[in-house]
Ligand binder design. Sequence first.
Ligand code: GRF
Length: 197
Amino acid sequence: MKKRVAIFISGGGSNMVRLLEDMALPGHAAEPVLVLANSADAGGLAKAAEMGVKAVSVDHRPYKGDRPAFEAALQAELDQVHPDILCLAGFMRVLTEGFVAPWEGRMLNIHPSLLPKYKGLHTHARALEAGDKEHGCTVHLVTPALDDGPILGQARIAIEDGDTPDSLAARVLVQEHKLYPAVLRQFAAGNTTPITL
Ligand code: GRF
């Protein structure tokens, strides 16, 4: 039996697409069962549907900041497909401990920095402002603390003269698309040895 994977997105879902593509290849221990976006406008929903995966949206805005109510709606969608693993992929909503705790150890996220550096937003600008020589992305297990869980993989790039937040984001995204599928492939097979790219 393959592990069942649900993926949360907020936008174009480029990481989600790479995860679906890799799960479609031979030898993968997991299969996608749901792509969920917190907005019906998320471009990734159409991509997931085109790839044959159930794609739904649960808009966070009607809940007006009532995070537990929004998260109950998320969990209701998950209960219909009973996933084993939850992947956050460009998901831009903070999840409370109440949602995260039951998923701890089975929930992954990709963050565009070399954690523990630059938790939160604007990671590329912060790395540039700090004068860092390298930057990158991290896949980690999700815990209630934001961008803080055990690291499952990292990919590093050199920061080059003239880099801007946008040029850095573009090069980091290329690495995300390599790292996240590699981590999920081995995680689904029960291997949590950190990957370094
Ligand atoms: C990207 O900036 C990536 O660094 C972060 O989420 C953003 C959108 O990713 N993980 P995606 O294209 O929606 O996967």
